[in-house]
Design a binder for this molecule. Sequence first.
Ligand SMILES: [Zn+2]
Length: 213
Amino acid sequence: MRRSAAVLAALAAVVAPGAVAATAAPPASAQGLADDTAAWVGSVLRVPAEARPLVANAHDAPGAAAWVRCGEPVVYARPWVVRELGEMARGDLYSSEAARILLHETLHRTDCHRLPTEHDRDVEEWAVDALAYDLLPAWSARFTGWRIRVYPPSGGYAEGVRAIRAASRFATGSLSWRGRRARLWRRQLVLADVATRRAMLADANRRREWSRR
Ligand SMILES: [Zn+2]
């Protein structure tokens, strides 16, 4: 856990303007959910957990609901996302959108400097979003008692998620993207380094071409 006092103070200032830090209970609950989610993702993917302060930000990154910056161990999110996560942490709300956003940002690693090209960065977003959808039912069962299932992807990466699902189906010779091997392939894609990701996608493309012959 890396909650710095400065970041928490910024969180309180943005989420509850004019309030003292002691009154920032909802974001603290959202932070608890974010920390628990980071630990859960770490255990599910068998990678070191990357707990990060969740900082409400109403101004930067126009068009984004949440985002991370390379090398900065912070998750930025719109105030509505932080508010809904706080409500979810208290069991007052089930927001598949806020849950997917939290999973998506948690799945990004802080060492994203390793993504050299724009395409590599696109693949990162698509693969991470596809895995966030994959993990949503198990995450929601663990943290809300409900199983949130969202099969048709929505949001800015919907087309990319569909492409990753199709690639996983071709790469594994599966009938459906929902099959176990296709799911594992998507998980491996997120965990892979850049060279391996490129090889995995090239292999999927080759198999897709063969399937058309
Ligand atoms: Zn992202």
